[in-house]
Ligand binder design. Structure first.
Ligand code: PHE
Length: 363
């Protein structure tokens, strides 16, 4: 399948990606997109998303946006890696039995293998460590296989550890103390990462309201003492911090006016529908922590554990470093009047070599 310029434009991007491969899987017949945004700092990394799309071009758009964000995420996390993403774009309503799931994953593995190490994948929305074993039958460039098969396993607890470090930095910036005890949070999305974040917040003595589109997550929320609500109630809850932990695009010109929180910080990727939404948050006095910084714990852990075989305490220090990076971005934004989004992306541009200096002129 050729990627038409019009498709790229429709997806809202100019093609500034290094390489985009779109293939119909030879086993599964399903569209597989692997987008390599940048390898300026090293091998591109980014998870494999398995999701339903009305049109495969929507999956392409997701891959383009998410891979670009991965470049910033890896750079801001101090990793010698670029950004990429795989999207397996299933038509609406497709149900994969075990054999069909295996077929799409092997197909994705073949596309990744064809990039000869320029890109390595890992789990993302819709995939987990067991799926990485299947992809790993076709390519060695795969993170987060279960420990028993030589990988670093589920990355979600580590992503959550990084989120907590980020939330402490947000609390310090906004409320003058990094303590989470007694503060209130609304966790929207109780997937693998969201559930770990909820648990860690509860353990820190925070008050938590939580929601998920899947009502069966209620028991998990209540197990940790959270108050269950519906997604709209969670989005608009009067809390200190809203923690987006589900799919992206949550923050829009429609939702921002309804927020009743002081800050937004969570692991969901691509939380802003368009970059300008950061200005709406800023204008409302809501502190937004860029998701590319907050959500880096998964890749930080996987790279440190699998490629560099670092000991656990060293990796924990790296995850805590996410809080320090965010604190630096938030204070640079405060001092210059820029949004944290602008501060983060200017720093990322400096780190990937696209800007001569990380210094922000006043905005
Ligand atoms: N889903 C992870 C992210 O968005 C991707 C990932 C995790 C890739 C771990 C490699 C290793 O950051």
């Amino acid at each position: 399948m050729a990627v038409r310029d019009a498709d790229v434009r429709e997806a809202g991007m100019s093609l500034n990606h290094q390489r985009v491969v779109v293939e119909r899987g030879s086993r599964s017949g399903q569209p597989i997109v692997v987008a390599v945004h940048s390898t300026a700092l090293g091998q591109a990394i980014g998870g494999c998303r398995l999701a339903h799309y009305a049109d495969w071009r929507d999956g392409l758009g997701d891959a383009l946006r998410l891979s670009e964000a991965m470049t910033e995420k890896a750079a801001l996390a101090g990793l010698p890696h670029g950004g990429g993403k795989t999207v397996i774009a299933l038509p609406p309503g497709t149900v994969l039995d075990e054999a069909a799931r295996r077929a799409v994953l092997l197909d994705a593995g073949d596309v990744i293998a064809s990039l000869n190490g320029g890109y390595a994948t890992g789990p993302d929305v819709g995939t987990g460590p067991a799926d990485m074993v299947t992809i790993g039958e076709r390519t060695p460039h795969v993170f987060c296989r279960p420990a028993a098969t030589g990988g670093s396993g589920d990355s979600s607890p580590h992503t959550a550890t990084g989120v907590i470090a980020a939330l402490r930095a947000v609390a310090a910036e906004r409320f003058g103390s990094p303590s989470l005890a007694g503060r209130s949070f609304a966790v929207l999305g109780l997937g693998r990462v969201g559930t770990h974040v909820l648990r860690l917040l509860a353990e820190s003595g925070a008050h938590v309201v939580a929601a998920d589109v899947d009502g069966s997550r209620r028991a998990a929320a209540e197990q940790y003492g959270a108050t269950w609500t519906d997604p709209h109630g969670c989005l608009t809850a009067e809390v200190d911090v809203l923690v987006p932990s589900a799919l992206g695009g949550l923050l829009t010109a429609e939702t921002v006016p309804r927020l009743a929180c002081s800050a937004v910080a969570g692991p969901a990727n691509n939380q802003l529908d368009v970059p300008a939404t950061a200005d709406l948050l800023h204008a409302r006095g809501i502190l937004w922590a860029p998701d590319v910084v907050v959500s880096a714990g998964g890749i930080v852990h996987a790279v440190a554990a699998e490629l560099h075989r670092e000991p656990a305490p060293r990796i924990t220090a790296r995850l805590d470093g996410i809080g320090e990076t965010l604190a630096g971005i938030l204070s640079a934004a405060r001092e210059t009047g820029c949004t944290p989004a602008v501060a983060a992306s200017r720093l990322a541009q400096f780190l990937v070599g696209e800007r001569a200096t990380p210094t922000l002129a006043a905005c």
